[in-house]
Ligand binder design. Structure first.
Ligand SMILES: [Ca+2]
Length: 143
């Protein structure tokens, strides 16, 4: 039985390490408050793992373009939906600096996901039709 628990522990820890990178969350503004933009999303639903498609291991365009330096990626539009990552994550002027709290006042609410192409419909960003199968699976991992 001990071997079974050890195996489960190893699998879970390994899976967790592969599936998420919590150390990166503090490197971009609003990383934990990215709205879930799939059809049927509630007003307070968020999109976890903004650098990945909600499948297993594949990084989305934002994850592929990621840099530890926000100022290098803020002005980019890796998901090609005509808005910069800064605009999507609530830093339209690219003024946010992680360790400078005086810059945090410039942050507004995140409107969409910088790694998933979205379009504005009736005042709300929604995943583009052609990406819904990939971005909005029936089941996905919440970490
Ligand atoms: Ca987007």
């Amino acid at each position: 039985m001990t071997k079974l628990y050890s195996l489960i522990t190893i699998v879970c820890v390994g899976f967790g390490i592969i599936m998420c990178h919590p150390q990166f969350y503090s490197l971009v503004p609003n990383s934990m408050k990215v709205p879930y933009t799939c059809p049927g999303a509630g007003p307070n639903d968020t999109f976890p793992r903004i650098g990945h498609w909600p499948n297993l291991f594949e990084r989305n365009p934002f994850g592929k373009s990621f840099s530890h330096n926000w100022t290098e990626i803020c002005d980019l539009d890796p998901d090609n939906d005509n808005r910069t990552s800064g605009e999507e994550l609530g830093d339209p002027g690219c003024q946010w600096i992680q360790n400078d709290v005086s810059t945090h006042k410039y942050i507004i609410e995140a409107a969409s996901n910088p790694g998933i192409p979205e379009v504005l419909i009736d005042g709300k960003y929604v995943v583009m039709d052609e990406f819904r199968d990939r971005a909005c699976p029936v089941v996905f991992f919440l970490f």
